[in-house]
Ligand binder design. Structure first.
Ligand SMILES: *Cc1c(COP(=O)(O)O)cnc(C)c1O
Length: 367
């Protein structure tokens, strides 16, 4: 699905140098590389504050903690997403309220969110699934109308941009009150281990987030509240700083691969290519087809026999996960998400795909 080896080989001298510098300094934790990377990512994304943490799941958890949500508060999330989005809500004793998604973009349905708001709703967590922004303008308007927080799960969408109707453009993760991203190796900006970050323009929230990630401590050894220990280590920050300077090329390479798939598959009635939201760019963390006129699982088996990886992201919606059983929900409640779990198929998508590989993939897919 990804080719991190070839990607590394193209930037090997810079990466090796960056890693060696950290080892020579032995500042493995809280080294100057972390601050430098945060500043570079602030400049890149336009976020006023970037706070690096241990991974994307921690980022989501810390975001909800920073907002001071209380057990029983309702948090609205899409039912078609990676589990981490709802996991942190449940872990904090908050109540996940799940909503259906749109068939074309596979992102949270704004209408469904509107219907799910109750007096107990405190926050909405839109997920920019597969690298395309959820429809943020109406979501921000809803949040404003009802006094809700928005925490963006931008773990798959770093660098994606969203255009508002007044013409302003903002990056995924910098639109809501807090944005979260992941630097898991296979993410669009991936490190060589675990990493994540939070984005916010709010000075007070930034201070709170920094303290929560550091054991709830603003003054050393004085703990004002219960926090966690979550940080990006210096080696990962050094690697990410090198890779950030290539992120635009990487996004362009993903878009070229996506355009190839689109072109080859758009007119094939067996497949629906990923639907686009006109207001958003797409950074193609995944290229996810909907198989509508063929047997998805047989196709996947054929691809496997031909040495072509493919994945089903995601096979089970949140409301049908064993750990998230809830008497409020049953099978059939979220028909779009349920249908997607039965028909989605993600193709290899990364920065190193050659035309020869793409041609082979679509040829075997059609076969
Ligand atoms: C990867 C991912 C996460 C979690 O990130 P980790 O760094 O693996 O903890 C959360 N949400 C979504 C949508 C993701 O894709």
């Amino acid at each position: 699905m990804v080719d991190l080896k070839t990607q590394y080989e193209h930037i090997q001298p810079d990466i090796d140098h960056a890693i060696q510098e950290v080892i020579d300094s032995t500042a493995f934790v809280k080294g100057p590389q972390v601050k430098r990377f945060q500043e570079h990512l602030e400049a890149y994304t336009g976020a006023k504050h970037v706070i690096a943490v241990g991974n994307g799941t921690d980022a989501l958890q810390i975001a909800l903690m920073a907002l001071g949500l209380k057990p029983g508060d309702e948090v609205i999330t899409p039912t078609f997403t990676f589990i981490a989005t709802a996991e942190v809500v449940a872990l904090l004793g908050l109540t996940p309220v799940v909503v259906d998604v749109d068939w074309d973009t596979m992102n949270m349905s704004v209408e469904a969110v509107r219907k799910a708001i109750t007096p107990r709703t405190k926050a909405i967590v839109p997920v920019h699934l597969f690298g395309q922004c959820a429809d943020m303008e109406p979501l921000m308007n809803l949040a404003h109308e009802h006094g809700l927080y928005i925490v963006e799960d931008a773990c798959q969408a770093i660098g994606a941009t969203y255009r508002f109707s007044d013409g302003t453009t903002r990056q995924a993760g910098t639109i809501g009150h807090i944005g979260c991203t992941s630097f898991f190796p296979s993410k669009n900006l991936g490190c060589y281990g675990d990493g994540g970050a939070l984005f916010t323009d709010d000075d007070a929230l930034a201070e709170q987030i920094t303290a929560i990630a550091n054991h709830g401590c603003k003054v050393r050894y004085h703990h004002d509240f219960v926090g966690v220990n979550s940080r990006l280590d210096s080696i990962q920050a050094a690697i990410l700083d090198v890779k950030l300077s290539h992120l635009d090329e990487y996004t362009a390479a993903r878009n070229r691969a996506a355009a190839y798939y689109d072109e080859a598959l758009r007119d094939d009635p067996r497949f629906l290519v990923p639907g686009r939201l006109p207001q958003s760019s797409h950074v193609f963390h995944q290229y996810t087809l909907r198989v509508v006129g063929a047997d998805r699982d047989r196709i996947q088996q054929h691809l496997k026999e031909k040495g072509i990886p493919s994945m089903v992201y995601y096979p089970v919606p949140l409301h049908m996960q064993k750990a998230y059983q809830d008497p409020r929900y049953r099978e059939g409640d979220f028909p779009v998400a349920e249908r997607l779990t039965e028909c989605v198929l993600s193709l290899p998508m990364h920065t190193e795909l050659t035309e020869e590989q793409l041609n082979y993939i679509v040829t075997e897919l059609k076969a």
